[in-house]
Design a protein around this ligand. Structure first.
Ligand code: UD1
Length: 373
């Protein structure tokens, strides 16, 4: 049996590996699921494994939080030992986090075929660690799985060395698989006393927005300016900053809650009037659900969400008025859609930009052929 190392470490990667782990195991591979420990808080990690039925990790490297260099370096040291012990036939990395970078560099240095899922994304913002991480992973990978042809073309333009395969978007496959369960099982938003369509959802965790009290206060004022309750499930790094932020209390209408698991977050987002976020994953999920979104960044790697019309950029450290203006605009646009237009959007138009839904089986089949060839 071929051994496949799957390297995950941060919340979005647990979401991406869920259906793929299942497909790899069913496809006859021996998977070693390796958790770097980048996200260690139960609400950022354990809850996703439980809800998405992800097997318990075969190894947890327990690196925890640190500076980027030390965090990535510690992951590489531990991954090298793990790979020496188990000699995987290939290693999977996902997206653009420090866990992606560490997995990619360790695999290529040890001659282990590297597979990068969510390849070919570019925000063109070189100040973001995610941009360096994804560029490096793309250029050292042997197989690059892209969600659409535009991502594949970017890789061809950059003359990457590996094989490029268009397979669709794993996060969309996960969402469509778990959405019925989320809508049935989750008590959100009723648990907060809110009706569907009556509230907004806010998430902020990028250092540029979240590590600066003035920027964070301005975002809270913008959210409060929407004129409807806004639910803010706060990442641990943001909770620390909010604790010292008097304005948090002043931003009436913004309700802080603990980070939510996948099913509750999905149910909350699916029933929201609007999403305000600086997360790459949540921008996409809002678009998949047909929910208007304002992205609290100057750039996005997920340009399709802009092209499809339901996402608007408000800028890094956006002013409150800008957030409100962009939100009103995109809410108005979406309100003009009838049921037929929404169905067409969720079907044909999403498929055009994000590919088919059987992503994990395409990846597993391609891997089988790659390892046989
Ligand atoms: C990481 C990813 C980002 C992804 C995000 C999803 C990188 C460079 N960034 O950002 O691309 O969108 O995850 O959530 O890899 N912390 C805790 N508990 C935890 C984990 C983190 O309190 O379980 C705190 C720590 O103080 C840490 C800070 O959050 O210093 C940042 O965590 P880190 O994993 O380095 O980056 P994220 O901001 O979560």
């Amino acid at each position: 049996m071929k051994i496949i190392a799957t390297i995950v470490g941060a919340r979005p990667q647990f979401i991406k590996c869920a259906l793929l782990s299942r497909a790899l195991r069913e496809g006859g591979f021996a998977e070693r699921l390796i958790h770097t420990g980048q996200h260690y808080a139960p609400e950022l990690s354990d809850v996703f494994f439980a809800e998405l039925g992800i097997p318990q990790p075969d190894a947890n490297l327990e690196v925890g939080s640190d500076t980027h260099g030390r965090q990535t370096g510690r992951m590489m040291i531990a991954l090298e030992e793990e790979f020496e012990r188990h000699r995987p036939d290939a290693a999977f990395v996902f997206g653009d986090t420090n866990s992606t970078l560490a997995g990619a560099l360790t695999a290529v240095k040890m001659g282990i075929p590297l597979i990068h899922v969510e390849a070919g994304m570019r925000s063109r913002d070189r100040s973001m660690p995610e941009e360096h991480n994804r560029i490096v992973a793309d250029h050292v990978a042997d197989v690059l799985f892209c969600h659409n042809a535009a991502a594949a073309e970017r890789l061809e333009d950059e003359a990457v060395a590996g094989d490029i395969v268009v397979c669709g978007d794993l996060m969309r496959e996960t969402l469509s698989h778990f959405l019925p369960r989320a809508l049935g099982a989750s008590s959100y938003p009723a648990r907060l006393g809110l009706a569907p369509g009556a509230y907004g959802v806010l998430t902020v965790h990028r250092p540029v927005n979240a590590d600066d009290s003035a920027a964070l206060a301005e975002i809270l004022h913008g959210a409060a300016g929407l004129g409807r309750p806004v639910i803010f499930p706060a990442h641990p790094r943001v909770q620390r900053h909010l604790a010292g932020l008097a304005e948090a209390g002043a931003a009436k209408g913004v309700r802080l809650v603990e980070p939510l698991g996948y099913l509750d977050m999905l149910a909350l987002t699916a029933r929201a009037a609007v999403v305000l976020t600086d997360s790459g994953g949540l921008q996409k999920e809002a678009t998949f659900l047909g929910i208007p979104c304002v992205t609290l960044r100057s750039t996005t790697e997920w340009t399709e969400t802009i092209d499809l019309g339901l996402n608007r950029l408000a800028g890094d450290r956006p002013a409150a008025e800008r957030i409100v203006a962009e939100a009103e605009r995109v809410i108005r646009l979406r309100a003009g859609w009838d049921a037929r237009k929404l169905d067409d959007f969720r079907g044909r138009r999403l498929e055009k930009h994000f590919g088919p839904l059987n992503v994990s089986s395409i990846i597993t089949q391609t891997l089988t052929e790659f390892l046989e060839g």
